[in-house]
Design a protein around this ligand. Structure first.
Ligand code: BTN
Length: 269
């Protein structure tokens, strides 16, 4: 259960299928996304290599925020995907990871999380996971070569231990289930789900509509009145749908449009 260090040996034992990706476990690091990025630039890494840390000193989130990463209670890892040359659907990578996390949490914990567009996983309205995907390109050829999919899951935190600024919004699997969850089991399950999903040809290189259907059914953003932060202020809109490329279809007072990034106000009305 939580509290023990995550080791490569433990994870390899739990992984269900043979895989080519390496597993690298660190006790402490600044950010697994940074380590993964550095490793991509320094080495030739097998597809599906995963960098896991028991704690991060400088875990990063979207929009320049930090990701709270206390020791041995959460899961903090980066999954490196070597991109096929004809990868068309790289804009859906964060959504693919969200589907993998939802499915893993469902099978390990027996609860169905929801996806708050674009990158948060919620249970009972509280954020239990955030995803941050970075695309890496080869500067010489100017082509995308890898994606670093950073996943942070609040697993065994108790209600009282989140810092004040997160206390209202953050939850954990332990809080939702009222019991501890084995981080290694969950980590191995997320990796297995990601391996399976990302090796499907249609995910990155073909018709991804089947995944978009799943995203719709798991979305807790569709149907909500939302506030979109825009460079020139805020705009109120209704979230209508997930677009085929993973964007959010919204209806504002003046038009219907697809937004591809943005900050959705948490205080759903
Ligand atoms: C967010 O909520 O805005 C995204 C959070 C992503 C956090 C994960 S933890 C592992 C990886 N390393 C990081 O520094 N960030 C991601």
């Amino acid at each position: 259960c939580g509290g023990f260090m995550l080791t490569r040996k433990k994870l390899l034992k739990l992984l269900e299928q043979p895989r080519c990706g390496e597993i690298i476990c660190l006790e402490e690091t600044s950010s697994t996304n940074l380590v993964a990025d550095r490793m991509i630039r320094d080495n030739r890494l097998p597809d599906g290599t995963v960098v896991v840390a028991d704690t991060q000193k400088n875990g990063s989130g979207r929009l320049g925020r930090s990701f709270y990463s206390p020791g041995r209670v959460g899961l903090y890892f980066s999954y490196i995907k070597v991109l096929p040359k004809n990868a068309e659907n790289t804009g859906l990578l964060t959504s693919f990871a969200a589907l993998a996390v939802c499915s893993a949490v469902n099978s390990v914990c027996g609860i169905q999380p929801k996806i708050k567009w674009p990158n948060d996983i919620l249970i009972d309205g509280k954020k239990v996971c955030g995803i941050l995907t970075k695309l890496v390109s080869d500067t010489k050829s100017n082509t995308l070569t890898h994606a670093v999919i950073g996943i942070g899951v609040n697993v065994n935190q108790t209600a009282g231990e989140f810092p004040e600024d997160l206390a209202q919004k953050a939850g954990s699997l332990r809080i939702a289930l009222d019991r501890e969850v084995d981080r290694a089991v969950l980590c191995a399950q997320i990796i297995t789900q990601l391996d399976t999903l990302l090796l499907e040809k249609k995910a990155l290189c073909g018709d991804a509509s089947a995944y978009v259907i799943q995203l719709r059914s798991l979305s807790c953003t569709i149907g909500k009145t939302i506030t979109i932060a825009a460079p020139d202020g805020e705009e109120t809109a209704t979230a209508l749908d997930i677009a085929p490329d993973g964007g959010l279809v919204v209806k504002t007072a003046s038009c219907t449009k697809v937004i591809r990034s943005g900050e959705i106000d948490d205080s759903y009305r």
